[in-house]
Design a protein around this ligand. Structure first.
Ligand code: GLC
Length: 579
């Protein structure tokens, strides 16, 4: 039976990869499935694997090449599944290993790749390794898999250094005195452990050979089951300066770029060796498996360092996410990203939204658009004034045409194709992101982009499931549902489908996969107008700052708004076939 399946799989996937010469990840469009909020098959309010399976036809009709699924492993869910208790199983709330296998197989049969999410910086405190570490004595091999240290001060009552947790507070927690393991009671003061994120997410010690071997084995486990690749969580974490020097800061931004050279726990040179090992493993497979890194680093050159030959394939480009909606800024950012990636022969991986940042429709609708090159997800989430949803929607329509016209790979975040805005008025008692508690209720966290998506006009959770979802949907989302948008040629969903269809058909779009700049040539049309051509004969034009722009001669393939007298109005984009 497995053999029959793999024959089906090979042919379905081959069909999406004409020529096979260019690996799919160089230009593929991947849809991010935030599993808790995508589709709930059993009515418990939580999305699940069978829910995803039931919606594969939707992803096929949307026209994407792959899906990335946020962590689905057994987890106490202290951080939406990024606190993993067992890397080789499925959380019962999401399904079973068999269900996961069925999903992978069905996705392949439908011509879709499946990218999973690996969380190597930390485990859950309920992972058997951490439980064993607590039971073991200081200095034991069990403790050496994590970062345990004695405290400072006469009784060790102060944390080992001043590092801050990304979610707020100190990055250290003292273990309880047990008295029977040499840690406290008889054996001196109890130790502290490092948790750069939640206290329920103890950091692993990547200098430990056990840790390195374990993760290679976990990758193998899922690659053997057909996973086509992995998104690497906090890929710039992992390695720590063993001296654990103080940082002299009182605040760690949520997922921002490191604030200094030679940072003791972000973007350290030692991480590259880890990824060289991972790449060797991925290359043992036929077809080779791929990686996409989440790395909040200080420059696009630092990002490209992860993509040097022999390391990772792709990494999200957060510079474009941070760019204000302004033609000159966008051009500068796009150029610097393309240039840095070309130097290492890697494609840029464009992204506008994900499960950690404010939905881009809302960001683009704010009077002061984010323009902080140094912004981390915290700044990208903070309010910058009230949102003009109509403006945000117009810009979001233009932004997707811009993104899909650029050379490289693209990730879509579930719901952006429906034009969903950030939900900014969730009742406080329902907020589940640990950021809310850990910030002392000053930062509402990331739940506003994690609300279950609407599939139909009506129903207790608008078709997400048969009962209410784990977070309530705002009034009005029924009209943004897939059902409502499917028949409407002016809808966001229709624009995404058309753009993805044209992207597949146009030889100029996607990427050649070579180290060449993929022939992007900027056109200097007018201030506030971004325009470029790609051979053969394709032009993308975007108004970001200008009141309107004259279209270059050519046949319009698609535009984000209706055109008036051959002109494109403000905050809009068009694709043309030009001579
Ligand atoms: C990544 C995830 C985020 C999570 C954090 C800790 O940034 O995207 O959701 O909270 O890592 O694992």
């Amino acid at each position: 039976m497995r053999q029959v399946w793999s024959a089906v799989v090979t042919s379905a996937l081959a069909a999406t990869d004409p020529g096979q010469a260019v690996p799919w990840w160089r230009s593929g469009v991947t849809y991010q499935v935030y599993i808790r909020s995508f589709a709930d098959s059993d009515g418990d309010g939580m999305g699940d694997i069978d829910g995803i399976r039931s919606r594969l036809p939707y992803l096929v009709s949307l026209g994407v090449d792959a899906l990335w699924i946020n962590p689905w492993y057994p987890s106490p869910q202290a951080d939406g599944g990024y606190d993993v208790a067992d890397y080789r199983d499925i959380d019962p709330a999401f399904g079973t290993l068999d269900a996961a296998q069925r999903l992978i197989d069905d996705a392949h049969a439908a011509g879709l790749r499946v990218v999973l999410d690996i969380v190597p910086n930390h485990t859950s405190d309920e992972h058997p390794w951490f439980v064993a570490a607590l039971d073991a004595a200081p200095g034991s091999p069990e403790r050496d898999r994590y970062v345990f240290r004695p405290g400072r001060g006469p009784g060790g009552e102060l944390p080992p250094n001043d590092w801050r947790s990304v979610f707020g507070g100190s990055a250290w927690r003292r273990v309880r005195d047990r008295g029977d393991n040499g840690d406290g009671g008889d054996g001196g003061p109890a130790q502290w452990y490092l948790h750069l994120f939640h206290p329920k997410q103890p950091d692993l010690n990547w200098a430990s050979p056990d840790v390195r071997a374990e993760f290679l084995d976990v990758l193998r486990f899922w690659f053997d089951r057909g996973a086509d690749g992995f998104r690497i969580d906090v890929a710039h974490g992992l390695a720590k300066d063993p001296a654990l020097p103080d940082l002299g800061i009182d605040h760690e931004g949520v997922l921002g770029p490191p604030d200094r050279e030679n940072h003791p726990h972000w973007d350290r040179p030692e991480v590259h060796e880890i990824y060289r090992e991972w790449r060797r493993l991925a290359d043992e497979y036929d077809p080779p498996r791929m990686f996409v890194a989440e790395a909040w680093v200080s420059s696009v050159d630092r990002l490209a360092a992860y993509l040097r030959p022999g390391q990772l394939h792709t990494a999200f480009d957060f510079d474009a996410v941070r760019s204000p909606w302004d033609a000159a800024d966008l051009r500068r950012t796009i150029t610097s990203s393309l240039t840095a990636h070309q130097r290492v022969s890697a494609p840029v991986t464009w992204v506008l939204s994900n499960h950690d940042i404010t939905r881009h429709l809302t960001r683009y609708g704010r009077p002061t658009p984010v323009g902080l090159q140094s912004a981390g997800s915290e700044e990208l989430r903070r309010g910058h004034g009230p949102t003009d949803v109509a403006l945000g929607t117009r810009r979001a329509r233009a932004a997707i045409l811009l993104e899909l016209a650029l050379p490289g790979a693209v990730y879509l975040y579930q719901g952006e194709e429906l034009g969903l805005a950030e939900v900014e008025d969730l009742p406080e008692e329902l907020l589940a992101d640990p950021v809310w508690e850990r910030s002392g209720h000053t930062d509402r966290g990331r739940d506003g982009c994690r609300v279950p998506i609407p599939w139909s006009r009506r129903g207790p959770s608008l078709g997400f499931g048969s009962g209410p979802g784990w977070l309530p949907q705002p009034a009005g989302w029924g009209e943004l549902s897939v059902q409502a948008q499917e028949a409407d040629h002016t809808s966001m969903l229709w624009l995404y489908r058309e753009a993805l269809r044209i992207r597949r058909e146009q030889p100029a779009l996607g990427t050649s996969g070579s180290a060449e700049p993929d022939g992007l040539t900027w056109l200097d049309l007018a201030p506030g107008v971004l325009a470029f051509t790609r051979p053969p004969g394709f032009t993308c034009i975007v108004t970001a700052g200008a009141e309107s722009a004259a279209l270059p001669p050519g046949r319009v393939l698609l535009s984000s708004v209706p055109l008036t007298d051959g002109r494109l109005r403000a905050d809009a984009a068009a694709w043309l076939v030009t001579g």
